[in-house]
Design a binder for this molecule. Structure first.
Ligand code: SF4
Ligand code: MG
Length: 325
């Protein structure tokens, strides 16, 4: 397995107490596989990814338990320089906001080329040629003419392509993309997502796609992990989850995807807000918002039940949820 996160716990120590941002998360990504991690903000999906990358803000974020196995080695036990080498060359991250991730005073060619100068010992000239090649590969028109342009001279979609080019420059085995298309308009979103999926296939990389939007991952993900209040509440191969979600929260997320055939109808929204991580509700953390909640949900934390060989659901009533579709 390329990446295996085992029983990961991350806490944030704040003035008001300890926030349990990640509370026993398990997931895995194989070579060439795409895992979509889904959830609202505050669900722990980004924090888990930051822990994997080793870029958790510390303090106040602290990994308080678990293992992060990358190619069978626990990243949490590596020396700092080895950790840095893996982060620089074997893993890469793509963020939502390219403008703040790119350096505004360096041309995109310099920034792309820098990767090859620093990590591959290339000459400036060769690195520049590499930069143009990469810009071509992510389909930036007139790459040769634009290699000296600065980030602000590109559109949002083109900047996101540059981010993708930066991430894949050294052909890492794992890419983590955190809401890579959220800031873009819908047509550009689809193009950028398609490009990412295409390169991922070509390079046989593992890809973790973090999103709050189930709508954007249907065509690109192999499997999905849904997070809520720091835990995984459902895991499933991608198609099954759209056909028959086994957790009421997933069901709510699915109903909130805008659909063309429902134009004019009011969009469904899950009632209420995600919990404050300083005060996670007892029992099933979703119970205050769940239309199916029973008394037991307020007292007993649901384990991840086995729905079938490939699916798990942390709902006491997963069977009823499946049946009620
Ligand atoms: Fe809803 Fe209860 Fe299932 Fe939680 S365990 S999702 S509250 S039905
Ligand atoms: Mg986030």
């Amino acid at each position: 397995m390329l990446l295996e996160v085992r029983d990961l716990h991350v806490e944030f120590h704040t003035r008001d107490g300890v926030a349990k941002a990640v509370n026993g998360v398990n997931y895995s990504v194989a070579e060439g596989e795409t895992l979509a991690v889904l959830g609202e903000s505050g669900s722990g999906k980004s924090v888990t990814a930051q822990a994997v990358m080793g870029i958790l803000d510390m303090p106040p974020g602290r990994i308080s338990g678990g293992e992060i196995l990358f190619k069978d080695r626990d990243l949490l036990k590596l020396k700092a320089d080895e950790r840095r080498r893996i982060r620089g060359q074997e893993m890469a991250m793509i963020f939502q906001d390219a403008l703040s991730s790119l350096n505004p005073v360096l041309s995109v060619g310099q920034q792309l080329g820098e990767m090859f100068v620093v990590h591959r010992g290339m000459s400036r000239g060769d690195a520049r040629a590499k930069a143009i090649e990469l810009m071509d590969r992510v389909r930036i028109p007139a790459a040769r003419e634009r290699v000296g342009d600065f980030p602000h001279q590109f559109s949002g979609g083109m900047r996101q392509r540059i981010m993708i080019a930066m991430a894949m420059a050294l052909e890492p085995s794992l890419i983590i993309a955190d809401e890579p298309t959220t800031a873009l308009d819908v047509t550009v979103q689809a193009q950028v997502m398609d490009l990412l999926a295409e390169l991922q296939r070509e390079l046989n990389m593992g890809l973790i796609l973090i999103t709050h939007d189930l709508g954007v991952v249907a065509d690109v993900a192999d499997k999905i992990a849904v997070m809520y209040a720091g835990r995984i509440v459902e895991t499933s191969p991608v198609h099954e989850i759209y056909q028959a979600p086994a957790h009421p929260y997933t069901k709510g997320l699915l109903r909130s995807i805008p659909r063309l055939d429902q134009k004019g109808q009011e969009l469904y929204a899950i009632k209420g807000l995600p919990p404050n991580l300083l005060h996670i509700p007892p029992g099933c953390a979703f119970h205050p918002r769940c239309p199916m909640a029973q008394a037991v949900c307020r007292t007993d934390v649901p384990p991840l039940y086995t729905v079938d060989e490939e699916r798990r659901s942390a709902c006491h009533f997963w069977k009823e949820t499946l049946d009620a579709r």
